[in-house]
Design a protein around this ligand. Structure first.
Ligand code: PAF
Length: 281
């Protein structure tokens, strides 16, 4: 497995691979890798070569968010990538990605204004900018993102469509702990007590799936029950619990096509997200 820290190195390696006719899968990450990322790497193995980027992207964090404290452990990440059969890790410094005087951003309206975009106004501009840079640098055939960040996945698919990027964006299922808690690098912030409290997110997801299975089509009725369940947990504070069109992120009242039930909930100081997509069928 190779490790590159500069754009030039990645370009040279990718050029060689392409000359040999290899297909390339990219897994963009912010590191502190867990089973969720591992599952993305597994999906990406359908390509001849797999690149994982490990970069805590400063421009997607707001001024009061956790950029400084975001967990990092590159040695552990390297081992996990090695075991997962990754061919190249791209681990640049912020100064390599954002040169002095950097001032060009990919800014999307619409999809980015709902859900997480409401409480994290610059977040998706930062995500779209860094992901398009990674796409330009690694020039993958396919790129892999987790369904846990459902809005991010929809936004990236939309960006690829809008900007005619010749890349297939693949969404991979949420990986949960046995308890139901969705895997996240931010779970490391939780105390034991908070970890138990955090189960309200997955319980709300399962409740939603159960109600939909029984035939409930009214999103307000489902959201009401989900919110009541979360509010019964004293350590939980809701940022949002919403039902939106899974593709356009526009709020919907009735399940007639795939609906994304998504939530962001503070457990103590930690903001966690979870979701499920309910198909009309
Ligand atoms: O999902 C993430 O870890 C990040 O938002 C991403 C896609 C790697 C961009 O920094």
């Amino acid at each position: 497995m190779k490790v590159a820290t500069t754009v030039k190195e990645v370009r040279e390696i990718v050029k060689e691979w392409k000359k040999e006719g290899n297909t390339i899968g990219l897994v963009p990450t912010m590191g502190y890798l867990h089973e969720g990322h591992e599952s993305l790497m597994k999906c990406a193995r359908e390509n001849d070569k797999v690149i994982v980027s490990v970069f805590v992207n400063p421009i997607q964090f707001g001024p009061t968010e956790d950029l400084e404290s975001y967990p990092r452990d590159f040695e552990k990440d390297k081992k996990l990538c090695e075991q997962a059969g990754v061919d190249l890790i791209f681990h640049p410094e912020p100064s390599e990605m954002y040169l002095d005087g950097f001032s060009t951003y990919v800014d999307m309206s619409g999809l980015t204004e709902e859900l997480c975009g409401k409480s994290r106004p610059i977040h998706f501009r930062g995500v779209c900018t860094v992901v398009s840079k990674l796409f330009h640098i690694a020039t993958p055939d396919k790129a892999y993102f987790g369904q846990k960040d459902a809005q991010q996945l929809a936004v990236i698919k939309h960006m690829v469509r809008d900007l005619n990027m010749d890349i297939e964006v693949v969404g991979c299922p949420i990986i949960r702990e046995e308890s139901g808690l969705a895997k996240s690098s931010r779970n490391t912030y939780l105390s034991e007590e908070e970890k138990k409290a955090a189960l309200v997110l997955s319980k709300a997801v399962f409740l939603c799936e159960e109600m939909a299975k029984k035939g409930e089509k009214n999103t307000a009725a489902i959201l009401k029950e989900m919110i009541a369940l979360i509010e019964a947990e004293p350590l939980a504070k809701i940022d949002y619990v919403k039902a939106v069109d899974a593709e356009t992120i526009v709020p919907v009242d009735t399940i007639t096509k795939p609906v994304l039930f998504a939530m962001a909930v503070y457990i103590g100081k930690t903001r966690l997200i979870d979701n499920t997509i309910i198909d009309a069928k």
